[in-house]
Design a binder for this molecule. Structure first.
Ligand SMILES: Cc1ncc(COP(=O)(O)O)c(C=O)c1O
Length: 382
């Protein structure tokens, strides 16, 4: 049996009921149908009702934050968060080139400019060294504001992303942000249930965001959330995302141009039902990752595991092959033979909308992009 065949056949044994085996197939194992019926019976289908608030409470409990605001998706959550922390048109925001496109799109939605730095090979997340080197060369701090010597623009914030659920070295990144008076916010869209030094991802900086897209550990179909301890940020996002309407029993008075982005109750009903058995979901993910690790160790193939000091939710499993041609051969074989696999995202700084953005050298991101393959990671129902 060829190596490609061995891997493909092994993956099929993990998901015997799926043909083809998908990267992520949502499973609904609890009160999802019951809660959806309750929405319809009670007529609470928009964001008022017990489900949106219930989901926010459950997420606060899991992440340990004081506030959580549910929105229509993770991209909007990041957009609203950037506005709420005071990102203005023309500001610059530093993020990593290896990420899903929503990270940089939200920066542009807020009319700011992304700047891209490299990632680490170990965590797959933002490299503290690449960030520090960039700031060392280009940043100038005046009156606790950080300016880019090349563009003259203010650099306001840094957004690391916890890739595939594996926590970045957020403590190091936080220290660098403090040194340069930069706001830290976390794209924790993929890392619900992941911890660094015992603290939940998304809770280190001013705020973090989560996604509940159909491919995540917990899904609402489409959905997102901002998590924060900052009451003013939470209130501002609630206000901006409900049309900037001043609360009143009957007057419609809007003192700014707002957005209509709160999560509907129908979506939250599904999410709350899933959160009720979140421990089971996490357990299944870790068990699958362990099985993959043992299998790939025997083949001498690098399987991405949780970094030091971190507990990962193993949202999306990944292996590193020898080079791009081995990667492409495996992608072709597995996708032709009933197992969905895919490469890492195309690096953001190479995409047409972002090619003009400032970026560092990307040796690690390029190394990973050439070799990484994501493999099926759905919750296994046994
Ligand atoms: C890293 C990252 N950021 C942001 C998002 C955006 O979330 P959504 O799809 O809910 O808009 C996603 C995923 O979907 C993501 O993977």
């Amino acid at each position: 049996m060829s190596l490609n065949q061995q891997i493909t056949e092994y993956i099929k044994t993990l998901y015997p009921n799926q043909i083809p085996v998908l990267l992520h197939c949502p499973e609904f194992l609890g009160n999802e149908k019951k809660y959806l019926a309750e929405c319809i019976d009670t007529k609470y289908v928009s964001y008022i009702g017990r489900f949106v608030a219930g989901m926010e409470d459950k997420i606060k409990e899991i992440t340990g934050t004081k506030y959580a605001v549910a929105l229509v998706n993770g991209t909007s959550a990041l957009h609203m968060l950037l506005l709420a922390i005071g990102i203005n048109p023309g500001d610059e925001v530093i993020t990593q080139s290896l990420s899903f496109v929503a990270t940089s799109a939200a920066i542009v939605h807020a009319q700011a400019a992304p700047v891209f730095v490299d990632v680490e090979q170990n965590t797959l997340g933002m490299s503290p060294e690449s960030l520090a080197d960039f700031l060392e060369e280009y940043a100038e701090v005046k009156n606790r504001e950080c300016f880019n010597k090349k563009t003259g623009k203010q650099i306001k914030a840094v957004i690391p992303m916890h890739t595939f659920g594996h926590p970045v070295r957020i403590d190091k990144i936080q220290t660098i942000c403090d040194k340069y008076s930069l706001l830290l916010i976390e794209d924790s869209a993929e890392s619900l249930g992941s911890f660094y030094n015992g603290k939940h991802t998304g809770t280190f900086g001013r705020a973090g965001i989560l996604s509940f897209n159909g491919n995540k550990l917990v899904t609402t179909g489409g959905g997102g959330m901002v998590i924060t301890d900052d009451e003013a940020v939470a209130n501002r996002i609630r206000y901006l995302s409900t049309t900037a309407k001043r609360p009143h029993r009957w007057e419609f008075y809007h003192d700014e141009v707002g957005y209509n982005l709160r999560m509907p109750s129908l979506n939250a009903a599904v999410g709350l039902a899933q959160l009720e058995y979140f421990d089971r979901i996490l357990e299944s993910k870790r068990e699958t990752a362990l099985m993959y690790q043992q299998f790939f160790d025997k083949l001498d193939i690098k399987f991405i595991t949780e970094p030091d000091n971190a507990k990962s939710n193993y949202w999306l499993n990944a292996i590193l092959l020898d080079d791009r041609s081995q990667r492409d051969e495996f992608l072709e074989y597995s996708n032709d033979n009933g197992v969905q696999t895919r490469p890492a995202w195309t690096l953001l700084h190479t995409l047409p909308p972002y090619q003009h953005c400032q970026h560092t050298q990307m040796p690690n991101a390029e190394y990973i992009a050439d070799r990484l393959v994501n493999i099926p990671s759905s919750v296994r129902v046994s």
